[in-house]
Design a protein around this ligand. Structure first.
Ligand SMILES: CC(C)(COP(=O)(O)OP(=O)(O)OC[C@H]1O[C@@H](n2cnc3c(N)ncnc32)[C@H](O)[C@@H]1OP(=O)(O)O)[C@@H](O)C(=O)NCCC(=O)NCCS
Length: 286
């Protein structure tokens, strides 16, 4: 399209990126309005902006996860100012962000332009990612299960052992969010889950949890439930977690009165890029 330019973003673009984020209705704390989030993406990922007629009209960000041939490019953000949607900005930014990426994934919104666009870049839609919320006090604490605060290094070391992905920088960034904390979830002193959680405030809940490959469905569900049940913070403050619809914790949370009004779609070049029965991904960074 004439007058469309895609270029790498710098911190000088943060205000324009924040304006696009707000214009598309995104008001989350960990999003394009937050310089800490954008700084993390600039340092550890790639951020681009699309200019129309010399003005920033859109931005996109991607992050590589894993190493070597198994590296996956996670599309974390793709937002176009409503006045400029449907004019090729999304396609032009994706062509730049995914130029060298063999394995690609994202959590697609239900916006009419999103899924067709990602499909044309080789991704298929596999399962919904549910934005669940509910009363953490409604989740019983099970004997033998413990949730202990630890360092980001400790959590990242477990995740690296279990998945071969080094997520240290992400856990460190999540832990510096307001009320962020890294925890290990154990049953009878055996570590089943390694997570970063938010203990209070509007985002209270789980940001990301890695599950031990030794966990069966019951243990994978319990690791999520216990991390939420033993979250700490104000007892009756709502808790949040994003779960793949096939994750074994979903049924137990719904039965305990948890609800979801929104979901995104996991789209990927290969469904095996994220295990729907075990992954508890952050919606932005997976
Ligand atoms: C989703 C979004 C990033 C896409 O960017 P965009 O600049 O609007 O999209 P583009 O114009 O580059 O491409 C849209 C494509 O969808 C196609 N499309 C739109 N509606 C369609 C429909 N109902 N069925 C099939 N294809 C459709 C268009 O034809 C176009 O494909 P083409 O280039 O082959 O013609 C942008 O619309 C946006 O910011 N939406 C709101 C925020 C959001 O939901 N972001 C996504 C987060 S995952």
């Amino acid at each position: 399209m004439a007058g469309l330019l895609v270029r790498s973003a710098t911190s000088a673009d943060f205000a324009a990126i924040a304006a696009v984020t707000v214009a598309t209705g995104q008001h989350d704390e960990w999003a394009g309005t937050n310089p800490a989030y954008l700084g993390h993406m600039l340092e550890h990922g790639r951020v681009v902006v699309a200019e129309l007629g010399g003005q920033v009209a859109a931005f996109g960000a991607a992050r590589r996860i894993g190493a070597g041939d198994a590296t996956v490019s996670m599309l974390c953000d793709l937002f176009v100012d409503p006045a400029a949607q449907g004019r090729g900005c999304g396609r032009a930014m994706l062509a730049e962000l995914w130029a060298d990426a063999q394995h690609r994934m994202t959590f697609s919104s239900l916006h009419a332009n999103a899924m067709p666009l990602y499909t044309s870049f080789g991704l298929d839609a596999w399962w919904p990612l549910l934005y669940l919320h509910g009363d953490t006090a409604a989740l019983p604490i099970t004997k033998g299960w413990a949730v202990k605060p630890v360092t980001a290094e400790s959590v990242a070391r477990r995740e690296l052992d279990w998945t071969s992905a080094n997520r240290l920088a992400d856990h460190e960034a999540w832990a510096t969010r307001p009320a962020g904390e890294c925890v290990l979830v154990s049953r009878d002193f055996e570590v089943v889950g390694a997570a970063t959680v938010i203990t209070s405030g509007p985002d209270r809940g789980m940001v990301h949890l890695a599950t031990s490959p030794a966990a069966d469905d019951g243990a994978a569900a319990a690791a999520v439930l216990q991390a939420l049940a033993q979250l700490g913070g104000p007892e009756h403050e709502i808790g949040h977690v994003c779960l793949p619809a096939p994750h074994p914790a979903v049924r137990a949370l719904l039965a305990a009165g948890w609800r979801f009004e929104e979901f995104d779609l996991f789209m990927a070049t290969d469904p095996a890029l994220l295990d729907a029965r075990r992954a508890v991904p952050s919606p932005e960074l997976a």
